[in-house]
Write a protein that binds this ligand. Structure first.
Ligand code: GDP
Ligand code: MG
Length: 440
């Protein structure tokens, strides 16, 4: 999706004033790109209708740069479909907050239960995971494993007590949470491979029995066109207050999100991006829109880094940014740390322009870091602390010393300066730092 849209906009960007046929051509491309990404036809029609209407209107005609204005419109419309504002989890005024998970088998409910509880526990909550999926033989065991990984408590029927009634288990768990003072209860339920009346009735009964503050519909972003029917079935059968998109680490980048958000009118609250318990983030409509538009998702990247970096170190570096004492040595250290962050490639995918550079992702990391290391190590201490002192002859010396070219040295210094500038702004807002991650 992103690549297609990026191409469309590249064509637009090179033009001056827009004619009606420019707009139509672009809208046609957007339509095709969205359909390719498995966005439901009705949603595509509505979306392109809005974009076309606005693109032919006054705001574009009067704009200094009409093409950019169209990009802006597409971005705004994407954000609108995705729910506009970020929607946070609702907590009950009087604990426990009850969160019920619903969705097809394999959607990622049990995994999400673990992710959500770990995330909540980090935030000072005392979640209780409830095994109300008694359909599959090992469902309770799986939830137990997840609970242990997340370091949270679990409520499950005694083994050997027969099949058990999931509605009763859910009901009992709420009482138990009250006694044990768990302030959040997360109820994992059973799913089937396809939508099925019995499963839906059971989920509806559980909902009735425990009256949850949130019912989260968990849906695999990879299921493509089926997303719409599945979401509709769950909305009619159980209804839900929010959506969690899982498997966003796969190829599907926006299709299901657009369809489900648009068709159900329910906000997407979380995004799940991998099998690990930390591969999970709050869903931000504006960032998803940027991701779809291939503008990159710097903020998500920064948030992920926030979880991974040592907090104290992050604080120190933020201080350095804020006080303008961040040096090339620090820059190098940060780059080296990125190497330890595991899913470097996943993160690269979120950087601006990287959607078009997928083939380069494979050989980016190591060589770039090695080259950066060589260049910085060829500088004197004073130069690393005061990059402004790097005049032409010094840069030539450094290039020779590191076996690189002056162009490469210049590019590194530029990236350092850009990163320092950007991060200085970010640091003021109390956020951490990821310098030097521009495209090669
Ligand atoms: P449930 O049947 O809805 O409870 O689904 P599970 O939580 O058991 O997940 C089904 C499979 O999907 C498991 O193998 C999970 O590891 C995997 N999974 C869950 N969430 C994600 C995700 O965000 N990304 C990827 N790649 N795999 C996921
Ligand atoms: Mg499960």
């Amino acid at each position: 999706l992103s690549d297609r849209l990026a191409d469309t906009f590249k064509n637009l960007r090179t033009k001056g004033k827009l004619s009606a046929s420019d707009v139509d051509g672009t809208v046609r491309e957007i339509r095709r790109a969205l359909l390719d990404a498995d966005v439901a036809l009705d949603v595509v029609k509505e979306f392109t209708g809005h974009v076309r209407e606005r693109a032919l209107g006054d705001e574009v005609n009067k704009a200094l740069n009409p093409a950019q204005q169209v990009v802006q419109i597409v971005n705004e419309e994407l954000i609108a479909i995705l729910g506009g504002q970020q929607r946070r989890l609702e907590f009950a005024k009087k604990p426990p907050t009850i969160i019920m998970l619903a969705g097809l088998q394999g959607a990622g409910k049990t995994t999400l239960a673990g992710k959500l509880s770990k995330w909540l526990a980090k935030d000072g909550h005392t979640p209780l995971l409830v095994a109300a999926d008694l359909q599959r033989p090992n469902a309770v065991t799986q939830l137990g494993v997840v609970a242990e990984q997340a370091g949270v408590a679990i409520f499950a029927p005694e083994p050997g007590n027969g099949v058990g009634d999931p509605v009763q288990v859910a009901r009992d768990s709420i009482k138990y949470a009250g006694v044990k003072q768990h302030d959040v209860v997360i109820v994992d339920t059973a799913g089937r491979l396809g939508v099925d009346a019995e499963m839906m009735a059971q989920a509806a009964k559980i909902r009735q029995a425990i009256n949850p503050d949130e019912v989260l519909f968990v849906i695999d972003a990879m299921i493509g066109q089926d997303a719409v029917n599945t979401a509709k079935a769950f909305q009619e059968g159980v209804d839900f207050t929010g959506v969690v998109l899982t498997k966003l680490d796969g190829d599907a980048r926006g299709g299901a999100a657009l369809s489900v958000a648009s068709i159900t009118g329910r906000p997407i609250i979380f995004a799940s991006t991998g099998e690990g318990l930390d591969d999970f983030e709050a869903f931000h409509p504006d960032r998803m829109a940027s991701r779809i538009l291939d503008l990159g998702d710097i903020l998500t990247l920064i948030e992920q880094a926030q979880q991974n970096f040592d907090e104290e170190e992050a604080r120190q570096v933020a201080e350095k940014f804020a006080t303008d004492t961040f040096t090339l040595d620090d820059f190098l250290k940060q780059m080296q740390q990125l190497r330890n962050m595991g899913s470097l490639k996943k993160m690269m995918g979120m950087l601006p322009g990287m959607g078009q550079m997928k083939e380069q992702l494979d050989n980016f990391d190591e060589r770039e870091i090695v080259r950066t290391e060589a260049i910085i190590q060829s500088m004197t201490r004073a130069e690393r602390v005061t990059p402004k002192s790097l005049n032409g002859s010094r840069r030539l010396r450094i290039a020779k010393g590191s076996g690189t070219t002056v162009t490469e040295v210049n590019s590194l210094v530029n990236r350092f300066e850009q990163a320092a500038k950007m991060m200085k702004t970010v640091a003021k807002g109390g956020m951490p730092q990821i310098p030097g991650m521009g495209p090669v």
